[in-house]
Design a protein around this ligand. Sequence first.
Ligand code: UDP
Ligand code: MG
Length: 309
Amino acid sequence: MIPLSIIIPVFNEETNLVLLKERIFNSIAPIFKEFEIIFINDGSKDKSIYIIKEMAKVDNQIKYIDFSKNFGHQIAVSAGLEMCKGALIVIMDADLQDPPELIPKLIEKSKEGFDVVYAKRIQRNGETYFKRKTASIFYSLINRLTDVEIPNEAGDFRLINRKICNIIKSMPEKNKFLRGQIAWAGFNQSNVDYIREERHSGKTNYTLLKMIQLAFDGITSFSNLPLKLATILGFVVSGFSFLVILYTLYSKYIAGGAEKGWPSIMVSILFIGGVQLICLGIIGEYIGRILDNVRDRPLYLIKETNILD
Ligand code: UDP
Ligand code: MG
């Protein structure tokens, strides 16, 4: 066991890595003699892995895990958690949006007796209105739908201790939503404020599709409410349909002069068809995730690493 591990997922970050490493060393070296920085190369298409390997030749604190292809940010972090040896563990991005200078503050806070210290963004520079808005909608949705309270304005930049790391490692689910899993664990959690800077260089790798994916993983991991919603919707629509059936019978046999029929049939078929598809879709989201877990494929594949057991 060593005092500190820093876990950094990397996807096409060639222009950020050297500066990142320097800033981490500058802020950590005065406090810790022994620490490790684990870069997880998540199938980068650029020179990231070469740069990381060059850095590892010079500094033996630099560790790397080179994935066989792109597996995604949450899985890259999970691999880091799996293989790190630190008593304290910091998770951060490679693009310098998470300032390394904050790490000593996270550590200090943890010494007050906190198992999780997340970095809370009090200001976000250089992120689009769209990104901020969708993020805040997502957080209010997930906090309403689920029992876990996931702090708004906290990304994955955080410090956890060995106890929390072992708990996360013991969760077998394949669809990772780490900030939810960590919040779910409880214990003593606190936060430190910071200003989130713009990406140092390069562009965001979190496409809208990946964000939607993460949102679905977050909600389905922690809530069965959408499934119940499908059932409730089914009942409401059935009830409504029953009234329409009564009305139809009434107009045919009692009031006389039946409906011409076409519009009402179209409307009800389309409506019920739509609701059924929504419900099937919701059920499908959950079944897909059950399948992922039943299949039990490895979460990631490693091409190369310099981490020894
Ligand atoms: N990342 C990754 N795999 C991916 C996408 C991103 O490992 O498929 C890494 C990326 O290199 C960065 C972190 O995850 O270190 C956050 O990604 P990004 O900055 O693109 O997301 P944003 O800050 O825009 O949400
Ligand atoms: Mg970023």
